[in-house]
Every structure is written in structure tokens, then in C-alpha cells.
Ligand binder design. Sequence first.
Ligand SMILES: NC(=O)C1=CN([C@@H]2O[C@H](COP(=O)(O)OP(=O)(O)OC[C@H]3O[C@@H](n4cnc5c(N)ncnc54)[C@H](OP(=O)(O)O)[C@@H]3O)[C@@H](O)[C@H]2O)C=CC1
Ligand SMILES: CCCCCCCCCCCCCCCC(=O)[C@@H](N)CO
Length: 783
Amino acid sequence: MDILSSLGIPLPIATGVLAVLIALIASMGLFGKKNHMPVEGRTVLITGSSEGMGRSAAIQLAAKGANVILVSRNVGRLEEALVDVKAAASSPSTQRFTYISADVSEPDYAAAVIAEATAWNGGCSPDIVWCVAGMSTPLLWTDDGSLSAARRIMDVNYFGSADMSRAVLREWLAPENSTGPGSEPKHIVFTASVLALFAIAGYGPYTPSKWALRGLADTLAMELNLYPDNPVRVHVVYPATITSPGLERENQTKPGVTRKLEEGEPPETPETVARRAIEGLERGEYFVAVSFLGNLMRCGVMGGSPRNNWVLDTLLGWIVPIIYFFVLRDMNGQVKGWSKLHGHPGNKVKATDLSPGSSMKSSSQRGRPTKVTKPAPPPRGRAPRPVAAHLATHEAQVHDDLADHLKADPSSVFGDAGMAADDYAAAAAAAAAMDTDLTEDAHGEAEPEADMDDDHDHGAGTASGLPPHVDLATANMLANGGASDPGSTMSPPGQDQLHEMQHSLAHAQHAHQHQQQHQHQHQHPHPNQHQHQPPAQMSTPQQMQPAHQPMDPSMMKTTEELARDSGYGELNVESALAKRLAREPGQRLAQQRRPEQTLNLGRRSNVEALFAHIAGEPARVPCKNCHKGHGPWTSCVVVDGQMCGSCANCWFNASGARCSFHETRNIQVIPQHSAILPATAPGLAGSDPTYRFSTPHPLLQSHAPAMGSVSHAGTLWTSNPVLQQMVQRAMAEVRAADKATRQLIQIDVTAKQLALQIAEYEDMVSSQGSPGGQQVMGDESGV
Ligand SMILES: NC(=O)C1=CN([C@@H]2O[C@H](COP(=O)(O)OP(=O)(O)OC[C@H]3O[C@@H](n4cnc5c(N)ncnc54)[C@H](OP(=O)(O)O)[C@@H]3O)[C@@H](O)[C@H]2O)C=CC1
Ligand SMILES: CCCCCCCCCCCCCCCC(=O)[C@@H](N)CO
């Protein structure tokens, strides 16, 4: 009831609602004995079941005795999910499980999937089909890319489910498949969202796709009466926020105001949502809401839809408009308040506009490139929100994976390299613009996106839509490891020269390495890692004040090596995050609380957890679970910006959702973009030791935003082992270098210094009027 009282809803109404709710629960007890959707021995096909709620539903239905067919695109993740689903089976000897890789957005994909499923199932079509596959790219409606996002989302969320329902209904409803009026019904389940019951600002590209599902379901609910001999039930599930990989992805583009508005309904884990959804299906509900507010919202929209319970739904339906009077007043007030506080959304760079390194400028400047930052044609319209990349990266990467059966990990696309959606857009643009020799990781994301552009109109929002200053800045970051600030980028000639110098330096170093291939491997940043280096990587001593531990290069071990030293042999390093961490300098040996315990390192996320434990930074105050002595290892370690903020211990064997550091537990502190983290966030920083918004070191200040791209924003390098390692690595590199290499390093350092000075000068010019060109506090925190 918290939300109600906080919304100022009078007590009598709240009490009335409560009374009806109690009646509702009681009536469920009275009417709810029969299981309307038994699954034991039956076959369930679930789309979108490799991750998130779909995966949890598959596991729980397996535990209830169902045979399960998983459907999604990424084979690697399907295989992983299949292992967990099999492990949950209640009678493993008789239950059967498989997966089918398919893209639900492909026109006419479903008939083939149903045919394959039917063949696998001994000629019988699945008894229950649950369409869960979905995606979301929250944006303001006038943002760049929102329309192409809407089309894409409609293809996945609506047509993906519509096609599947049609394919399976053509099977189920065929005359030769009649089973008689009394037979156990088949079930087609759609997955919508509470947003299909109550819309909030910022979900324009998404909400209609879910409303459309409601329309289709109502249609089918009536149409299915045409087939009394082929009983089929249709259902729609309405989750609110689910702490899934999908949520992490959508948060990359979510407008600040949207985050604020959705705080009213607390996030739930995929397991909880799946469990409540299944309970509702078993009760025989048509519209399945999985929370109290969800149920209220459901009763508020019933219109001509079939009711779960005519009496209660109607009673609640009378009350809900009164509640909405207050809710809408409050929410519209919040939106107006937001606009008062933050100004016209188009007049400033929103959180997601910020490429790493750009800083919030004074309001007169926001989003408007200056002469210096704008060397080529002006950007179109308002400050661009390069979102097409968000759409394209995860998605295109999966396409790519499917094509060559790579087991890459798109779920960590945004997290793994520490690059946000925007960075990928910029990276792609930069790649196109400069024909840069991007490192592997960047290729992985940038190229498929280019492919996507052929099919969709995303390209307009990315490569061509981005103002050149972003392209160049990001290209610079990619090329030299991040020493640039898009808000203050050098002019193209300077950039080009620097780039060339670096290019030749890289070549020379490479050649040199070939000549003397020896102990270099530990000191030399891996080519992939190079782009993740915070900007100060090769800075001069007066900038970096190297850590005073003298370092023996041969002492430095990678995380993977330390994992082996800790007794974990044979590791399957598959996910992008694991790959990255494996190469990073290890910080510690992993010490198990129970050394006799054998950890399941066949699971990719567990390898990530192990590596994170070795490479990460110890939390100042352990999370609640570690404090209680849970988790495999003896210390509480986090890798900034990874694993949804949860610690390595909690990430092990779970999604970390229970970790008290988990970002969705503390939604206000999730950085929209780490580049705009508030310099100080009293209370927040204090309450969560993993978020340390210390004022950037003065020497790093101008580069702190760029460091956002490597998820170290706001962390003092002196207290950050990764940065320390970087300094040490740089020292080691120089010490180990011979004369020729040292000369090259000297050129590199000088070039970077020059670039820094140009950048700083530009920053100064472009921030005239804003206080010192300093990072202005981010506006997403509500602080
Ligand atoms: N997360 C949330 O806050 C909410 C989510 N929802 C809805 O609930 C459902 C589940 O959400 P969530 O748990 O977050 O899901 P996730 O985003 O975590 O997972 C999505 C699943 O769908 C699959 N998928 C995505 N696109 C396609 C595609 N084109 N073809 C085939 N499979 C695809 C993914 O696998 P792969 O990438 O391998 O294809 C994955 O298995 C979705 O329909 C979502 O819209 C509703 C309310 C809130
Ligand atoms: C009578 C009723 C009272 C209403 C109270 C209003 C509370 C607003 C909650 C909005 C929650 C939005 C969750 C979005 C989930 C989703 O679908 C996306 N995450 C997917 O992208």
C-alpha cells in the first residue's frame, strides 16, 4: 500500500481496495482448487526461454513434469539453459527436453518451429505454447531512432507472438486434430507487460506492441469458440519490471523520467514472476497479473475482455478509476516536475546521449556542438540519441552468432567491454568514417550493426546521424585506449595525425614484439584490452603519479593464470566478460570457504564469477550474503559496472539478483551512463559501498567521463587496483622496452600529451560560461 499512501490516496479508498483484495484472495482459495493447466507428461514450447523469465518458466515447468522445448536465437545460451532445465526435471528418466534456435522476428518463422517441435515430439504438436520472447528499447517518442525501434519491437514482441500463435493454432484447430469438447485444453500464452494496462512516458516504442497482444488475445478468446471440439485456452501474462538480462539492456536507453515513474512498482526476479504467472495459469486466469498493482491495473482496463472473476474484477474495476485519479495526478506531476527541473528534453544531452567522455555542459550548451567540436556538417535536429546501436548490437550479435554458431554472449554486450550502447553506435560510426583498424571487440559489435542497417533503417540513426565529433572522439578512444573526451575533441587533422602515429607505433611495437617474443605477454596489454584502457594509460609521470610498488613484470599474472593457481584447471572461457577478465591482471587467489566443495565451472556465468572474484575489487563493506558467509569464496569482490553490480560470490550459481549490491535493488543508483554519475551522491554512496562517487582526482577530472566507458568512473585511480595495475603495466612496459621501443613509446606519450592539451584547450573553448568545463552533476539520480 506504500505507493497508495505516498500518492495521497485517502484511507477509505485504500481500505476498500484492501477489502476487495482480501475477497479476491479468498475467492481464489474457494474457486482455485482445480489446476486448469496441468503440465505433467505434456509438452510445453516456450519462446524466449534462454534467459530471464522464459528460462525460469521453463525450469519451473520442468519441475512440474513437463517436456520442454526452448526457443530463442542464441545457441550457446540455449544449451546452457537446457542444462538447467534438465536438471530441474521431476522425472528425468521420462521427461524430454530440447531446444530450437529461431528468430521470432523473421516472417513465417513459426510454422517451421512447430513442425520441428512436432517431429521431435513423436508427431504430436506441443500442448502448451508460451510466447515470452520480447525486447524493449525505452525512448522518448521524439528521440532519434524511436520509430525504427518501435518497428523492430513490433516485429519481435507482437509479430513474433502472433506468428507463433497462428502456426500452432492451425495445428491445434485442424479438423483432424479434434479431441472432443471435454478434452484437456491446449494453451496459448502471450507475455505482455503491465504497460499494456497502464502506459507511462518513455515506453512509446514498446507499449503498443504489448497492447497489440491484448487485442489479439481478446480476438482469439472469442474466435476459439468456433472450435468446440478443439479446446484451446488463451492467456496473457502482465509482468512488471523483471530483473532480467533484458532489463539491463533496456536500461541503456531508458530516459531518466521513465526510471522515476516506474519506481512505483518494485522489480521482481524472473523466478518470482514465472512462478506467479504459472500460478495464475493454473488458476485458469485469462489475464494473468503477477502483482497487487498489476491486478488493479488489470481490473482498470477490462473493457470487453473476458474476466477472470466477473464479480471481483467488476468491483475492483469500479474502484480503479478513483485510484487513477490520484495516480495520474501524481505521475503527470512527476513528469511536469521533471521537465521543470531538467528543461526541454531536446535542449540538452540526455544521459543516453553522452558518449563516454562527454560531460554535461551548461544548459545553454547542452547538445550543441561548438565550432571546435563540430568540424563537419551539423547534426540533424536535436541532440541525437544514438539508439539504433542498442537495437542492433544485442540483436545483430545474435544473428551473427547464429550464422557461425559462435557462443558469444550478447547479454553482456553493454557490460562486458564497459561500453554503453552509445559507444557502439559511435564505434560503428567511427569505423565507417575512419576505416579504423578497430580491435576485435569493437568489430564484434560494430560490424553486425552495419549488417543490420541493410534490413532496418537503424543506420540513419547511427552512422549517418551521429555528429562527427562523437565519431572522432570514439574512434580516438578505440584507437588509443580512450584519451579523449567527445565533448572536447580535437579537430580532425590533429586526430588524424595522432591516429596515424599510433597506428605506426602499434605496428612498430608489433614487429618488435615478433623479434623478441619473450616475457612480454604479461606486460603488454592484449590488443583487445587496449581499447578498454582508461585514458591515462600511457600518460606522463606527473599525470599519473605511478604507484610506488616496484614491479617485477614476471610477477604479474593474468586472472586466468591465478584461477589456475587457485586450483581451477580446465576452464571454459566462453562469455565475453570471462574472456575479458581472463586477460586482466589478477588481484588475488580465489579462496573457497569450503575447500572440499567442487564448484560447477561448466556454467559460463560461474566462470565469470570466478574471474570477477580474482580480478575485481574487494567491497569495502561486504554485501549481505557475503557478510552472512554465503557464496563459494571468502571475500566479497565486485567488478565495477559488471554483473548488474552484484558481487562475484552472489553471481555464482545465480544471476546475483539477491546480492544487496545488485543494481535493481537500488534502482536510483544505477548509472544511466557512468559518465554522468554525480560527483557526490550523499546517502547513496554511503549506503552502497560498491558505488563510490568520489570526486574525480583533479588530474583525471577532464578524462573521468571517458573512463566511464571502462566502468571506472569516479573511482580514484589510487584506490582502484585496475588503474594501479595499469600504471604498473605501463612502468613495466617501459622498463622492459629496448631503446627503439622506448623511442616509440616516447613518441606515443608526446602525441598523447599533445592530444590532451588540444582536448583541454577545446574543452576550455567549448565550455566558456560553464564553470570550468567541469563535469556537471548527472541529472538522472534525482539528487
Ligand atoms: N524485463 C522486464 O522488465 C519486463 C519484461 N517483459 C516481457 O517479458 C518477457 C521476458 O522478459 P525478460 O525476462 O526481461 O527477457 P530477456 O530480455 O531477459 O530475455 C529475452 C529472451 O527472448 C529471447 N529473444 C529475444 N529476441 C528474440 C528473437 N528475436 N527471437 C527469438 N528469441 C528472442 C532471448 O534469447 P536470444 O537473445 O538468444 O534470442 C531471451 O531468451 C518479454 O516478452 C518482455 O517484453 C514484461 C514486463 C517487464
Ligand atoms: C491502479 C493502478 C495503480 C498504478 C500504479 C502505477 C505504477 C507504475 C508502474 C509502472 C511499471 C512499469 C514496468 C515496466 C515493465 C516493462 O514492461 C518494461 N520494463 C519492459 O521494457
